[in-house]
Structure formats: structure tokens, C-alpha cells
Design a protein around this ligand. Sequence first.
Ligand code: PA5
Length: 424
Amino acid sequence: MNELKLEIIDQAGWLAQEEIRVMKDKYALLLDAVKKGEEQYKDSLGWLDVDRWAGEDWILKYEELAKAVQKDGDVLVVIGIGGSNQSARAVVDAIGSKNHVKIVYAGNSISADSICNVLEEIKGKSVYINVIAKNFETLEPGIGFRALRAFLKDQYGAEYSKRVICTGTCGTKFEEIAREKGYYFLPFPEDVGGRYTSLTPIGLFPLAAAGLDIRAMVEGARHISRRLQKEDAAENIALEYAVVRNMLYEKGLKLEMLSCFEPRMFRFAKWWMQLFGESEGKDNKALYPVFGTFSEDLHSIGQYIQDGDTIMFETFLKVEDTGASYVIYGDDVEDGFSVLDGMDFDEINRVAFEATVAAHSEKFPCLILSIPAIDEETFGQLYYFYQFMCYLSAKILGVDPFNQPGVEAYKNYMFKSLGKCVED
Ligand code: PA5
């Protein structure tokens, strides 16, 4: 399998090789602990062993359920927010659906316009829904489910329940409702928090419904998991990345930008932003994760990156083989671009990438994470790699990688205004 690779371009001299080596040594024992999974986080580490939620028995279950949806469904509406929808959405956005089932998203905003658009989009289609909620208290999926339930009841009468697949925590009110109403019920792993669920029913079932190769995705994850277990501190790619980003934070660069020259990785960057924002942003510290969709954003935020305050470093997601090509044909219009006649967009994109790294690394370090392609196997590698690296990085920073106390603050205000007790 083609490997992920990490490279550091640091023309401005922020980091000394020796300094990185010393830090990797310092965290060698932490790496060993993270490989095994620490006892104190045992209730959040169900993702560490890929097979726990993506072993053969589970894959067969996701595939079987996906077949039922594919049989007569045109659309699967995924109702969920944050960790409950971002990983599947990133893959569908980047690769696309591979069969006739279109994935549509709801329950991820409170916007009346958004829900009306979804209902308009699915009108006249054969619709299934997958409601994903770890604790079933989150407002967005709660009211999104209401809206889609009303739609299904209206379309299919009492038979509507056969079109509802709930992914929720066993033993909760959500399971009770699902059993009582005759919805299909998939377990939300109790030992995995939302943002770490890419390789569980949350991430995998919607992808199986859209005909994506979840076996290849899981194989990618298994591959990098074996690699990360095998590599010691000196060579471990996750430790190197985790150490470097924490060193740069300590040196005053407070923001990491994940930049990619393939716009279809936009949703992946959103997933990444959540993973790091929620896992590390606590105790008044952590790198602020942002993303850049290039080359477009070079024409807007690019000015700040190059000439604004020195507050950030950048990690480029470099796609080795984009699998796409479009050659520019010569024509007779004197438009000033004839030097590019016969060149491929892909080739020009690479030149723009190299030029951007050269320019930005004059100011701050640029990390390059090379990925082989944009396919299921690579997504499996990427998801597992970043989840593992995030755990490691949060520990180096000194915060709990798996809680998110900060997200409750606005909810308390909101529910008070709505007259709903938080524990209702
Ligand atoms: O990572 C997390 O735990 C969160 O982002 C959750 O995924 C998100 O808040 C949605 O929660 P729930 O699935 O309970 O609706």
C-alpha cells in the first residue's frame, strides 16, 4: 500500500533537527502508552483497534443494511451533526456516490432555509433516513428528525418506520423509541466519541449505502495502524507531526492551517478542524485549526498568510495522484496564456503548490503530508492517522483529547431561552 509521508520545509529556520530529535525522545514513552491506549481513557478508545467496530462481522452488517437501502431507495438522508456526520460527508464529497443512492444531509443546522431545501430536494424520491446521535439530546438532529419523520409519514403512512435507521447509544431513550416504533437500530459505539467515529457505523454505513468501498477504507486504516504500532519514536510519523506542531505552538505560532490544492478535500478539512478544535481547544490553550482551499484562497487570505502577523504555520495535504487530467489546447485568441498550451491543469496545479510552499516557508515552517490519492484506502489511512496523532498531540499539550466541556456553554444559554431544561 502507498504510504503517507511527512516532510518539513523550513527556510526561515524555526526548527533545528536536533531539537526535534530531543523532543521525540522526550515523548517516546508517551508514544508507547498511546499505542496501547491509556487506562484513564479506556471508555473513549474503541477506535484504536480498527477491528472493534469495523471487523468482518460489522462490515457484513453495514453492507447488508446498505443493500436494503439500495434496493428501492434513491436518497439516504443522514441526520446528524459534528462527529455524527462529518467523516462520511467528507468521503462522499471527495469521491462521490458510486451508485444511484444520493446522500443528503440534515440535522446539521437550525436554518429553516436549509431544512426546506432538503425537503424540496427529496420530494418525489424514494427516501430512507439514518438518524445518528450519540446521546439524542442535540437540538439539530432532534428537530431534523422531526422534519424528516413528518415527511416520511406523509409519503409512506404507517410503513414509514421501515425507512428509518437509527444509530444511537444502546440502553438510551433513543433505542427505546427505535424499538417501540420499529426503526432499524445500529449501535453508536459507547467507547468512541463523535469526532473519532470515522471507522465505525457512523462513518461506514452511509458510505456503504452510497456504494463506496468501505472494505478498502478499513484496510487503509488497518495498514496505518500497523505502521504506527511498528514505528518507534525516532521514525514514527505521528509522533514527529505531533511534536513539531506543539513545538511551533510553544514558539508562538498559534494557528495551524491545513491547505490543499484539491477543493474536493474541503469537507475533510472541516472534519480535521473539528477533530483538533474539540480535542485540543481547552484550558485556554491549543493551536487554532483553520483550512485553506487553494488556489482560490491564495487570492484572498493569501495576502495575510504571506504578509500579515506571524501567527501560523501551514500543513499542506499533497495528493500524489489526483486521478484527473485536463490538457489546455492552444487556440487563436491572444489571451496571454499561450505559454501554457499543451499543459495539464494538474501539472500547473503542482507548480502552484511548489511555488506556494516556497513562498510561505520563507516566513514559517510548511509541513507537507503527502497522500497517495483521493480514494477510500487513503481516507482510511488519513482518518486513523489523524485520530491517533490528535490523541498524541493533545497529550503533549496536556489536555484531555476526548472531552468537550466548552460546547455546553452556549447550549445552556440557548436552552434557557427556549424554555427547555438541558436534562429534559
Ligand atoms: O465529537 C463529539 O462528541 C461531538 O462533536 C458530537 O459528535 C456532536 O456534538 C454530536 O453529538 P450527538 O451525536 O450526541 O448528537
